[in-house]
Design a protein around this ligand. Structure first.
Ligand code: SF4
Length: 408
């Protein structure tokens, strides 16, 4: 892994935006007087602007808390470690962190037998499930930009959630790809199945059951030099893996005569990165646990919402370093939060430790949504806070010490 350039000064270009998995790296940020949020330059991206508004452009003054009272970091770590050491089944949720944070969380999860599921874990599982079951053919943002001539958005317009997506793909430029939105006929399952049958020639375009716009889209997919089918994992319904498999079937059919690929947009708030790190460290994706029975991966049973609703866990460690969202879920059990400083007063928890935001107050690394590109994040300024990796590494040591103390 390439280390973050230690000689780079805070705020020095290039800046990589950490606020969605597109990781745009061609925009700038202007710093104002301390206390004012950094402002984005070169883009009107509303998502990045809203996220930057949660930062003050100066060292943070927020302190850790235990039971609602301010304390120092050592006291908070000791309190968190004793909660973790006493837990019989902890859950690590949110998981909004970078590579270093994920590596540290994996070690702590192994130490405590914790189940790990990111915020919106169900969305992450759709693509993983389809990949495990049937495999897939995907592409990168760079290849879409340089080679694709047709982009079909399978789950609607991606711009509201990923504002710079079309610009990243070169849409609107002289040689840029044409874009289409999949017209819905029935639900998404029905529509993708119909399109797959049309593309494979199992349904004739002049069949009375075939909507004319889907037949025309099938023709354009065959006529394209390089078609890319884009979908947002967060827009897929329950059992969305079946839709991903349908999309992959279309891609595979097209690849017999032309060129096509899929591109998933998802894994927000560090989820894609943590999933990659857990996969390379353990061989398993998220929704997994290193427990008494060895490594377990349970894509349905290890759903954080389900575990909390069923009372199947007795402690929640929530990580959200990129902003106050994703918010700590309400739950009647001890909660430890490693979060953005503004979470301090928003959400009551037994232990709160403010952590640095990679790409704002400290360096780091994140994987982009297309999975194969790991980008370094450079700080805009020093926020004076410890990173998730540092806090969790210390927590792991403290849990071990706490266990030794309990055993004596
Ligand atoms: S699209 Fe995503 S990565 Fe790009 S500037 Fe907006 S929030 Fe940042």
């Amino acid at each position: 892994m390439t280390p973050v350039d230690a000689t780079a000064q805070p705020g020095q270009a290039p800046w990589t935006c950490p606020f969605c998995p597109l990781l745009c790296d061609s925009f700038g940020v202007a710093l104002g007087p301390p206390g004012t949020p950094p402002s984005l330059t070169g883009s009107e991206c509303p998502r990045a602007r809203a996220a930057l508004a949660a930062f003050g452009g100066a060292a943070a003054t927020e302190r850790p808390r235990v039971d609602g009272r301010d304390c120092d970091l050592d006291t908070a770590l000791t309190a968190a470690a004793s909660l973790l050491a006493a837990s019989r089944q902890p859950l690590f949720g949110g998981l909004g962190t970078d590579v270093a944070g994920a590596r540290a969380l994996y070690a702590l999860a192994c130490e405590t037998g914790a189940i790990c599921d990111p915020a919106r874990g169900a969305a992450l599982m759709h693509g993983l499930r389809a990949l495990q079951d049937r495999g897939g053919f995907s592409t990168t943002l760079a290849e879409v930009r340089t080679r694709a001539d047709l982009i079909v958005c399978m789950t609607g317009e991606p711009t509201p959630r990923y504002p710079e997506f079309f610009r990243r793909c070169g849409v609107g430029e002289p040689e840029g790809a044409r874009t289409e939105i999949l017209p819905l006929h029935g639900d998404l399952f029905d529509t993708v199945a119909l399109l797959a049958a049309l593309v494979a020639g199992r349904l004739a375009a002049d069949d009375a059951r075939v909507p004319a716009d889907l037949a025309a889209l099938s023709e354009r997919l065959h006529a394209a030099r390089y078609a890319v089918l884009v979908y947002e994992t967060g827009c897929l319904p329950a059992q969305g893996a079946l839709i991903v498999e349908g999309i992959q079937r279309i891609v595979a059919t097209l690849n017999r005569s032309t060129r096509a690929a899929s591109l998933a947009l998802g894994g927000d708030d560090g989820a894609a990165t943590v999933n990659q790190v857990f996969a390379w460290l353990s061989g398993l994706p998220l929704r997994s646990r290193a427990g008494p029975a060895g490594l377990e991966h349970e894509p349905l049973c290890f759903d954080a919402d389900r575990l909390l609703a069923d009372g199947a866990v007795d402690l929640l460690l929530w990580v959200s370093s990129f902003g106050p969202q994703p918010a700590l879920p309400p739950a009647d059990l001890p909660r430890i939060v490693l979060g953005h400083p503004r979470m301090r007063l928003l959400q009551e928890s037994e232990v709160f430790i403010p952590v640095s935001t990679p790409g704002i107050g400290s360096g780091g690394h994140l994987f982009r949504s297309d999975g194969s590109v790991l980008l370094p994040l450079r700080p805009l300024y020093d926020d004076g806070l410890p990173g998730v990796g540092e806090v969790v590494n210390r927590l792991t040591q403290a849990v071990r010490a706490s266990r030794r103390g309990l055993a004596q």
